[in-house]
Design a protein around this ligand. Sequence first.
Ligand code: ATP
Length: 367
Amino acid sequence: MVEVKLEGITKRFGDFEAVKDLTLTIKDGEFLVLLGPSGCGKTTTLRMISGLETPSEGKIYFGDRDVTYLPPKDRNISMVFQSYAVWPHMKVFDNIAFPLRVKKYPEDEITRRVKWAAELLQIESLLDRYPGQLSGGQRQRVAVARAIVVEPDVLLMDEPLSNLDAKLRVAMRAEIKKLQTKLNVTTIYVTHDQVEAMTMGDRIAVMNKGRLLQVGPPTEVYLKPNSLFVATFIGAPEMNILSAAVTEREGLALEGDGFIVPLPEDFRELLLDYIGKDVLLGIRPEHMTVKGVSTLEHVTRTAEIDGIVDFIEALGTDTIVHAKVGGNIIKIKLPGHIPLPVGEKIKIEIDLDNIHIFDRDTEKAII
Ligand code: ATP
């Protein structure tokens, strides 16, 4: 196990900067998820950590060791990819044994280690098969077993679950997380799936357009996003974003198309520079409720706005109410099955301690 430190990493392909001035420390034994949309530079970052790519600028350290220009074979890392990359002409046993044979381990040690890894991944009964005789999920287990068999200092995973069907993906999510906890191996996991990131990561590093925007534990990134991008990228349904002006109506308020949200006085200091200006108000669907239908739990301060039911999405366990508020459509997530009639006038209650306010220009969070 080692700590992985990225210091001011930039990667250029010609004139294009795929990764821009990235500084990030992944702690010893930590499960860090690199999260972001396609093309944001996650894979490039992972490839630099592995040694498959060298940074244009900056340094990479494993513990105190500068590995920036070290080839992959000298880093004691393992990688698992989206495409399982298991060799079809080799039996499962030989696939898992391959990295040990490269390192010239004695055969009895190879057998011991392959059995150990196969047991952890619950594929002992498949060791004699060829990959062609396995399901996608089993093949991915083989790939993971092959990655851990060398007991790497750092385990790198690039969308390892993307090729699996939805149900298997959920199951494997929990398994990989449990396995990582058991092995306590420093792990960097790339995904564009925010649910995967939320459920697996000790911390999530959110990237966009080559830049690291925020890094923190899942709940922190979820509840305290530092920017509009992070706020809307994480969470489903997405956070509602409404244009509003900060006014001093009856103290302090946010006024937008069809709504006025009175704000507590303790918001004033943070909003001083914004009085009379437009901002963006963000409210997650679960931080609102429909009055008289459902209640917000553990909430002390609320505001109320009027809406009209526009559409109902019944998800079984939850209901998403689409409400018209002025010219906006707001999504409200309610627990259970709530068959509100379309066109019904409703009072929407907002949890004021969970609203977000963003600067319109910089898109950074003010609150
Ligand atoms: P995805 O989830 O789609 O793999 P990503 O976040 O992992 O996306 P990267 O693969 O790191 O993104 O790519 C970041 C950007 O760098 C993309 O615009 C990509 O086209 C570009 N890029 C990556 N590798 C190269 C290369 N070898 N030459 C030129 N451009 C590249």
